[in-house]
Design a protein around this ligand. Structure first.
Ligand SMILES: *Cc1c(COP(=O)(O)O)cnc(C)c1O
Length: 224
């Protein structure tokens, strides 16, 4: 299938799922272009897509430089090492994988003056696997409480990556948990973005009120 056909098929899945679950809000599609060729990004851009996600800083910076004439909204979605925050602060419009106060502070201090506020999602830890990144509900409440200290950031909501599950029922339990935390946070802060759902589980995420799905494989094909 061509990229255009794959892309339109993903859009159709999102639309069908929104109808089935009577979702009234917009569900955005983030095209995850990590490990994909620059030509594929251009192809999708020329069809009209604007939101792209990258996971590896060095690869991302190279692509962003090469594509700087295009009006792309770039989202960083990978694990964040503190020595890479200056690049994220300089090159990206959004960062979805923030999981500590230390990273928030660095991004705020390193965001260039001439750039708009950096949009931030805090990554909620889901499932009890030690290896997975993200922070607890309590840590997220602490970060939200301190958000006024970060003049160059705009905290927009939550991102989560649950452990892979084939069973829809398990997928939905994880997503429902994230939605519940998001709802609680919305009582204390103005948040509008809940980023959850990927190629294999976007329907479950939509059933649980996601506002943004991040899809790589099903839009671009398998990564190398
Ligand atoms: C790679 C990645 C995706 C996309 O995964 P696919 O299964 O290819 O759709 C989404 N979110 C994050 C955080 C990723 O690292």
């Amino acid at each position: 299938m061509s990229i255009e056909a794959q892309y339109r098929f993903v859009l159709k899945r999102i639309q069908d799922s929104c109808e089935k679950n009577r979702i009234a809000h917009q569900v955005d599609l983030l095209a995850v272009s990590k490990k994909q060729l620059i030509e594929k990004i251009k192809e999708l851009y020329h069809i009209g897509h604007r939101k792209f996600g990258e996971s590896y800083v060095q690869e991302a910076v190279e692509k962003i430089e090469l594509l700087r004439d295009l009006e792309i909204e770039w989202h960083f979605i990978g694990p964040i090492q503190s020595n890479k925050t200056k690049y994220i602060a300089k090159y990206f419009d959004w960062v979805q994988s923030v999981d500590s106060m230390k990273i928030l502070t660095r991004l705020n201090n390193q965001r260039p003056e001439d750039k708009q506020l950096l949009n931030v999602l805090l990554q909620l830890k889901v499932g009890n696997e030690e290896s997975k990144s993200g922070c607890s509900e309590e840590e997220i409440f602490e970060m939200i409480k301190s958000s006024s200290e970060f003049a160059k950031l705009k905290i927009r909501g939550l991102m989560c990556i649950p452990p892979p599950a084939f069973d829809e029922k398990i997928q939905k339990e994880y997503f429902q948990y994230c939605y519940n935390v998001f709802k609680k946070l919305q009582m204390v802060a103005e948040l509008d973005t809940l980023s959850m759902g990927m190629s294999n589980d976007l329907e479950s995420a939509i059933a649980c009120q996601t506002t943004m799905v991040r899809v790589g494989t099903d839009v671009f094909g398998a990564r190398d």
